[in-house]
Design a protein around this ligand. Structure first.
Ligand SMILES: NC(=O)c1ccc[n+]([C@@H]2O[C@H](COP(=O)([O-])OP(=O)(O)OC[C@H]3O[C@@H](n4cnc5c(N)ncnc54)[C@H](OP(=O)(O)O)[C@@H]3O)[C@@H](O)[C@H]2O)c1
Length: 189
């Protein structure tokens, strides 16, 4: 069975995941201790796939809150020698098409993959590989930034599962990929 592929990501109301310089200051807010379901989600995944841009942000933070999860960094420009010293042995750098990566991970026994990063998510969406999209929207307009969504070769049909509003103003919607009844071979949803 194919692993389930999920995106759990936060955007501004106008659809940006970061400012143009990568800053995430607009995401900081008083959540009142609410984690918006992230820990439950994170506990459910076994593999994390992120793009180089996201990796560089995480590496610069000096933290690595992904212990115990197989972590793939997608990049055609980085190699193993570029891995930050404190992250050596904690991640793999690969360059391959999303469909091939999912096949590779499926063969290695992955059951639930968390895909992260703007360009990376766009490439997985374009390949129609995202089974679940958990989108948290912050009540702020940035006007410009790194977009979550981009060009597609064809419409990607999604089903709305639920939307929850929080006192902080964050609104979280969960979607799953629309799977025609005739195609029951994919997903774990
Ligand atoms: N708001 C949120 O929840 C959230 C979540 C995650 C990230 N972010 C922010 O988003 C920013 C990063 O986003 P981003 O748009 O730069 O996207 P990204 O997906 O993190 O990184 C893009 C890079 O990943 C590599 N890549 C992606 N798919 C590949 C493939 N199939 N094969 C080989 N390489 C591949 C390419 O690197 P090469 O150029 O090296 O080939 C590409 O330039 C950061 O500022 C981060 O903090 C925000």
């Amino acid at each position: 069975m194919h692993p389930k592929v999920s995106v759990y990501i936060a955007t501004s109301l106008d659809g940006f995941i970061a400012r143009l310089d990568g800053r995430l200051d607009w995401l900081e807010h008083d959540s009142g201790g609410e984690d918006y379901g992230f820990q439950n989600f994170f506990d459910s995944i076994d593999t994390r796939v992120m793009g180089r841009g996201t990796y560089e942000f995480v590496a610069a933070s000096g933290e690595w809150p992904y212990e115990g999860k197989r972590t793939i960094v997608l990049s055609s420009t980085l190699n193993d020698r570029d891995v930050a010293e404190h992250l050596v042995g904690k991640l793999e750098i690969l360059s391959m098409e999303p469909v091939d990566l999912v096949e590779l991970l499926a063969g290695a026994g992955a059951r639930h993959i968390y895909v992260d990063g703007g360009i990376t998510v766009q490439r997985f969406l374009r390949a129609v590989l995202v089974d679940e999209l958990i989108l948290s929207r912050m009540p702020v307009l940035l006007g410009s930034g790194i977009p979550l969504f981009g060009d597609l070769d064809a419409d990607v049909q999604l089903e709305h599962v639920e939307t929850q509003g929080f006192p902080s103003g964050l609104v979280q919607s969960r979607y799953r990929r629309y799977v025609p009844l005739s195609d029951s071979s994919r997903g774990g949803i």
